[in-house]
Design a protein around this ligand. Structure first.
Ligand code: HAM
Length: 430
């Protein structure tokens, strides 16, 4: 019976990453791992789903992420689970659960992996996206509250972006103060909003009651002139918060990391205290935040743990790759193996496999042809996939002298088998 089949496509907002683009992803990840190592960070891997409560309590009940964007589902036993929309809350949960506070010094942890938010998809914004992030936290006695930690992480990010060849980034910086400063500012905002909020969007009217700070996240164009007139958080900071922020900026100045101050940068997650930051990039269009982060001195306690001040960031890897591809004219370079081995006849297939194995074990990148191909077809296949073709016929096998053609120059060379690996390792330049 013929059943009509409909084509199944990837779910809206999700993407397949294909070669050669995956090479760019791998090189970004390798560069990030190398930088993390230099700054003494170590990898943590946490599950992709968690109890919904973790994000509700950690990220904040009133945030867009929790109210509108989280993929939440009921498990078969009735418990509520969520695909992680971010990883900071998971890292803190793991820190508490595994008593990492008992380990010496500050914990410096990094992670790479997919996150999930049901946002409206557009360029640079997906429902499954990848983050590369890091967190540094520990008991206050470990120095985790020091402004030096903030400056170190920002300097590391500037280094990483430079290393990746991302030019033209901007670091935007703010301080949202301590929890007490935030509470005070929320009251100041609530009062200021009283007289203007009726002219604002529905979301802002709700936020004005539940969490006035979130009004500053509003993207509705008509609300922007009103938001511009609201009091700024800098005026609500106490002495300690001001001094902390001044030390962060002084250390950045010393390290010559450029930044601009942005009073409205309160970030879309509730856990932030004191330093908040974003690195933006002009080439990204509307979704211009390459990465964001900040300090979260009360987060561990908010999810039931010991005092563990900390700071961290997460970088949107999809956006990072977009910026890199934009710099390289939108396309990842096509992938070409060092050589394509063409056996002349099916009886030579086993010998070709042995030769390929020999060369691969010497670190070369080899594509293997098929003996049933005519020579012309082998040449065509080889030219598309490799820099050189190695012909393996009966004569070559017996004499141990192989014929190699370098496509970039068109030159054909006879090479003894013992010298083949060294010959193929030379770049095939035109
Ligand atoms: P976030 O600002 O929500 O912060 O996300 C960090 C980065 O993830 C953004 O700057 C952006 O590059 C990327 N991103 C977010 N949503 C999407 C999306 N839908 N599609 C593509 N990329 C996206 C956090 O997640 C915090 N956990 C960062 C942090 C770590 N704060 C302290 N520690």
């Amino acid at each position: 019976m013929d059943v009509p089949t409909t084509l199944i496509r990837a779910v809206k907002g999700t993407r397949d990453l294909l070669p050669p683009a995956t090479e760019v992803w791998n090189s970004v990840e390798a560069a990030a791992r190398a930088v993390f190592r230099a700054y003494n960070y170590h990898e943590i891997r946490t599950p992709i789903f968690e109890e919904t409560q973790l994000f509700a309590r950690g990220v904040g009940e009133e945030t867009d992420i929790v109210t509108k964007e989280m993929y939440t589902f009921e498990d078969r036993d009735g418990s509520s689970l969520a695909l992680r929309p971010e990883c900071t809350a998971s890292v803190i949960r793991a820190y508490i659960e595994h008593r990492l506070d008992q380990r010496p010094g500050v914990q410096k942890l990094y992670y790479l992996g997919p996150m999930f938010r049901r946002e409206r998809p557009q360029k640079g914004r997906y429902r499954q996206f990848s983050q590369i992030g890091a967190e540094v936290l520990g008991p206050p006695s470990s120095g985790s509250e020091s402004p030096l930690r903030d400056a170190e992480i920002l300097e590391m990010l500037a280094t990483l972006l430079d290393e990746l060849g991302i030019t033209g980034w901007t670091l935007e910086l703010n301080s949202v103060g301590s929890l007490a400063d935030r509470a005070r500012y929320n009251e100041v905002l609530r009062t200021a909003l009283d007289s203007v909020v009726l002219g604002m969007c529905q979301d802002c009217q709700r936020r004005a009651v539940t969490n006035p700070l979130r009004v500053l996240d509003c993207k509705v164009p008509a609300d922007q002139p009103i938001i511009e007139t609201l009091p700024v958080i800098a005026d609500s900071l106490d002495e300690a918060s001001r001094a902390h922020f001044a030390q962060v900026t002084a250390a950045l100045d010393a390290a010559q990391v450029p930044y601009t101050l942005n009073h409205r940068l309160v970030r879309g997650l509730d856990y932030y205290t004191r330093t908040t930051f974003e690195f933006t990039h002009g080439g990204l269009g509307a979704q211009n935040a390459l990465l964001g982060g900040g300090r979260y001195d009360g987060l561990s306690e908010a999810i039931g743990g010991p005092k563990a001040p900390g700071i961290g960031f997460a970088m949107g890897e999809d956006r990072l790759v977009l910026s890199l591809l934009a710099a390289q004219d939108q396309k990842a370079a096509p992938l070409k193996a060092d050589a394509f081995i063409a056996p002349l006849g099916e009886t030579l297939n086993p010998a070709a496999l042995v030769l390929a194995r020999e060369l691969r074990h010497k670190g070369l990148w080899i594509e293997l042809g098929e003996g049933s191909f005519r020579l012309k077809k082998s040449f065509e296949a080889a030219e598309k996939t490799a820099g050189r073709i190695v012909i393996l016929g009966e004569d070559e096998l017996q004499s141990g002298i192989l014929t190699v053609k370098t496509f970039a120059t068109g030159i054909q060379t006879k090479v003894p088998r013992a010298e083949l690996a060294a010959f193929l390792a030379e770049p095939a330049k035109g």
